[in-house]
Write a protein that binds this ligand. Structure first.
Ligand code: NAP
Length: 499
């Protein structure tokens, strides 16, 4: 990065070149901030849409909404875009908005320490480089570190094993006996893809999920033409999807009428799709719809009825060689073990270390569960912002729009720094506490608080990942910073003079 441009625009370090980092960079550029760098640990952009390249990887939010509002794509090929198409869209954004010169690949941030006297962050990369930035924006999100369960004997497993987010494309599954652990959003997408080619497929299900039809289809040439020719029609189409999904939030309130409707729809779909009553029973959840992510698929249930597919519901006890032993005493001999076991979603920002004012440690502060102000700032950590941070995940709408709201807010904070010659901005402890008290009260009324395990909450049950309300509400709250919620530290004249 260039030497400290005090008195000019802050230097911004963006961590991660996924959707969030790219969105941040584009809006910084649009607002006239030129001194920013996107640090990415991998060798390419795309984040989750780069990592998750498993067969059948696709989005379960409709394409015409799952894109930046400022960069509509009339040419989406399907109702639900596939991973390669989303990645191509993100590459297009990077090129169109001239972000390539700002990208630094193979740069994984290890730690960040706030230097209060200078009002800057001192960053250290995993390979030992020391960097400086006035502002740090994390775009690493919630789902970037695969979670592998600790199963006794796993290290001794004699076959091939990998995680769905680190798919081993070099390994041929043809004719093999394959075990998949997990049956969440990732598993239900690749299981139908691999089932026809493997010899035998064992699906280890710890708990069933509510699932409804996806009704995915190709977008016809006429629709593409209309969306391209009439941008206002494209905007209307996008808005219609947004409001339809937004209305679904009613189903996430505990005991709501909408949640009962959703449950009936899911039950009917299960009854219609699965003829075997025992299998149907094993696939019926015992918790309210929405408590875990609602799954969308047209081919998962039919795949489970294939001759070569078995749903294993007895818990996995231990592994010996190529043998997987379940609690019912059975031994399953497998060639390949695929973990579809999700991500370390509640360990926000780990394994990076952040030290804020007075040397306070962010993970120490978060030992009872991560929290932030509007999901994007933490008191005591000035000039540090998060995108898709604590309590900004959704179960019903597009996360990209949530990210756009956060970016809009952060850009305004940076503009205030630039215009008011501030050394730093730090959300007050009072504002943060008031926000989180209200947030947790609201969350306690949602289905996520019900009796199910999910990546939305910590082991002790604190919901750290999801936003408590409608996206529209988040949009309203993040339109403009409430400056009363921030301590604004003026830049001392001595420092200004140095600049
Ligand atoms: P996930 O939803 O966290 O599912 C993990 C699965 O692994 C669950 O079935 C879980 O069972 C099981 N599991 C975890 N630990 C286990 C253990 N020790 N023993 C047995 N089973 C275990 O992970 P994911 O499927 O990768 O999806 C994560 C999130 O990524 C999704 O919720 C979604 O937000 C996102 N995603 C999105 C899309 C999209 O289309 N937009 C696609 C894929 C993923 P339990 O349910 O019993 O815990």
């Amino acid at each position: 990065m260039a030497p400290s441009p005090l008195g000019r625009s802050p230097r911004v370090a963006i961590l991660g070149a996924g959707i969030a980092g790219i969105c941040m960079a584009i809006q910084l550029k649009k607002a006239g901030f030129q001194d920013f760098t996107l640090y990415e640990k991998a060798d390419g952009i795309g984040g989750t849409w780069r990592d998750n390249s498993y067969p059948g990887a696709a989005c379960d939010v409709r394409s015409h909404l799952y894109s930046f509002s400022f960069e509509p794509n009339p040419d989406w090929s399907r109702t639900y875009a596939t991973q390669p198409e989303i990645l191509r869209y993100l590459e297009h954004c990077v090129d169109k908005y001239g972000l390539r010169p700002h990208l630094r690949f193979h740069t994984e941030m290890e730690s960040a320490r706030f230097d209060a006297s200078q009002g800057l962050w001192r960053l250290r990369t995993r390979d030992g480089q020391e960097l400086e930035a006035d502002v740090v924006v994390s775009g690493v999100g919630q789902l970037n570190r695969p979670s592998i369960p600790s199963i006794p004997g796993l290290e001794s497993f004699g076959g091939t094993r990998f995680h769905s987010a680190r798919w081993n494309h070099a390994h041929d599954l043809s004719g093999e006996t394959v075990a998949v652990i997990g049956n969440g959003a990732s598993a239900i997408q690749f299981i139908p893809q691999i089932a026809p080619k493997v010899g035998k497929l064992l699906v280890f299900q710890r708990s069933p999920n509510w699932l409804i039809s996806k009704s995915d289809q190709e977008v016809g040439a006429l629709k593409k033409w209309l969306l391209r020719r009439f941008p206002s029609l494209a905007a209307l189409h996008r808005a219609a999807i947004y409001w339809e999904l937004e209305a679904r939030f009613f189903a996430f309130r505990q005991h709501s009428f909408m949640s009962k409707v959703f449950e009936q729809v899911a039950r009917l779909y299960l009854r219609w799709s699965i003829s075997n009553p025992k299998l149907r029973e094993a696939l019926t959840p015992d918790y309210p719809v929405g408590c875990k992510r609602i799954l969308l698929s047209d081919d998962y249930y039919p795949t489970l009825e294939r001759e070569n597919v078995e749903l294993v519901t007895s818990g996995l006890e231990r592994i010996e060689g190529k043998g997987l032993f379940t609690q019912d005493g059975r031994r399953h001999e497998v060639d390949t073990l695929i973990f579809a076991t999700g991500f370390e979603a509640t360990s926000f920002l780990a394994p990076m270390r952040f030290q804020g004012l007075g040397g306070r440690d962010l993970h120490e502060q978060w030992k009872d569960g991560a929290e932030a102000y509007l999901g994007l700032a933490v008191s005591g950590f000035p000039n540090f912002y998060m995108l898709y941070g604590p309590n900004t995940n959704l179960g019903h709408n597009s996360i990209i729009f949530m990210i756009e709201c956060q970016v809009r807010y952060i850009v305004q904070c940076l503009e205030a720094m630039r215009e008011r010659e501030l050394l730093w901005l730090d959300v007050t402890p009072e504002a943060m506490t008031a926000f989180n008290t209200e947030l947790q009260q609201e969350l306690s009324k949602t289905v996520w608080a019900a009796n199910c395990g999910s990546w939305y909450k910590t082991a002790s049950g604190k919901i750290t990942n999801n936003w408590s309300s409608f996206v529209t509400d988040f949009d309203r709250r993040t339109r403009q910073p409430d400056w009363v919620a921030f301590h604004q530290e003026a830049r001392p004249p001595a420092l200004a003079a140095v600049g």
